[in-house]
Design a protein around this ligand. Sequence first.
Ligand code: PEP
Ligand code: MN
Length: 625
Amino acid sequence: MLIVLTKDITPQQKNAILSVLREGNAMFREITDAGQSIIGATGTAGHDLSYFRLLPGVDRVVPVDTAFKLVSRQLHPEDSRVKVGDVLVGGERIVVIAGPCAVESRDQVMAIAREVRRYGAVLFRGGAFKPRTSPYSFQGMGEDGLKILAEVKQVFGMPVVTEITSPAQADLVMKYVDVVQIGARNMQNFELLKSVGRLGKPVLLKRGLSATIEEWLMSAEYILAEGNENVILCERGIRTFEPYTRNTLDLSAIPVIKKLTHLPVIIDPSHATGSREKVSPMARAAVAAGADGLMIEVHNDPDQATSDGAQSLYPEQFGHLMRDLYVIAPVVDKQVDFGYLDKAKTVEGMARAAGGKGRRAAFLGDVGSFSHKACEQFFGDQVEPLPVESFRGLFEAVKSEACDFGIVPLENSLAGSVHENYDLLLEYDLRIVGEITLRIRHNLIGHPGARVDDIRRIYSHPQVFQQCRQFLERHGNWDLVSVTDTARAVRHIKEKGDAAEAAIAGKDAAALFGMTLLEESIETNPKNFTRFVIIGRESMRNGDRKKSSIIFSTGNQPGSLFRVLKIFADSNVNLVKLESRPIHGKPWEYMFYVDLEADVEAPDFGEIRMQLEGSVEYLKILGSY
Ligand code: PEP
Ligand code: MN
């Protein structure tokens, strides 16, 4: 049941309710939803709804009408995130788990781990206890296999996932691995579920071969009921009459699961399809359908694999798939982050050097704005986001060490460059340490029950008005009021409480303030992306550096810009952006901003850099990332 508390409940009244629950050995958790305090409780032995309804401080009591309680989204409206080392499953970044079906030898595992890590996997998989259909097939390396997995973690920094097939293996998996997997065949092995519930380690729970979604969620309930909330669901195909695939991948389980439960869900297209050529198409579809991650079998010599060779991708195929996912993810408001693990280590190292103090990143505006989202997608929970009031304030915060990083929107694919930030990059001596692109989807947001016909005034950021120009032209009588960011626009209309006022912002901001989407996706073109750069005081190691940003100026002679560009052309360096900005105080003279596909700080760029320095009047390296 959900016990909704009154706004003016006293601490004593709340304690009295909590004591009743504790004494009845109920399982409960406190939730805040759209500013309302709620206690979700189950197993309230001896007391029914009407008992709680009469307690002082209770506004109303709502039954949870599903068989599963703790996993129900009714009890926990926000998405749960399962933390595995530095990786958050269910967050803003797609989590890809890769590795062989079984641990076969140290050499095999280390070779595959090196490859999948390079291509962007963040967790490593490999079975040491294999549940095989035939008792005569390879049964796994047991503890020796677990030791190899532990070595993968140590050498490559990837947390490891392995399957447990009996409660008797609990001590071993506790010692060596980070996530315990319950395989499809064991989904309803209730003793095993209880045992992993008590282990407290994150659990990856596969859907059974012929389990309904409700049965699957009831199995998850077993784990949560033991006090372990760190459950990741994994759809891996169910058995149907269709023989062309090993199983039938139920991708429609994703939206069903997302509605019913707060737990993250990942897809295993390898066991679902059983053949290599079907794995990548299903993986791409899974991300497009909203999966939080993927589990993919990869083998360096699949013909010799002891199990599941036919469905294992070659490492290069896995690399191609990751590149496709990188492109797809922003369409559904997520990211594939090739620098995930390195970045986490760097930020952690910085925090350690500062005596354990957490790192902070400044962003413009309020929580719920697109800059805030960019911060979450780039850093996950590794930094504390700090709102600032202006772009100059943001650069100042990083310069003065009030923050370590800043999230700077630089250009939008519909509205163009944010010129102010180009000028600030020139003025301040800070570095670009990374970049992230967000798809920007705008919505008309108003009060619950408001009608579009009654709207008179709209709040948002001026760039947003440009991005929604066609929609706004259809409503020429609306007043447009500019504010610093989209989240603030929503907060403003919420606080004013006038149904004739609306805001334009992302879905997150609407949900945060309990407002309604009156019209969705009102940006002029769906290919609406904003590119943010992350600034810091010094460069940061976060994966391969493939790109650099520089600023230069040339003399005012014929061919001077051509001579600079020729250096790049002759050295086969691709320029991805060239922009000019006026030099303040020198009318009709310009600075050129260039993004290029090379690491200008790498030793092998030294020669080109020398030529560059000889041909420009001014050169500033903003950073390689
Ligand atoms: C596995 O992941 O190696 C495995 C055996 O999967 P499933 O339980 O889905 O068959
Ligand atoms: Mn397998």
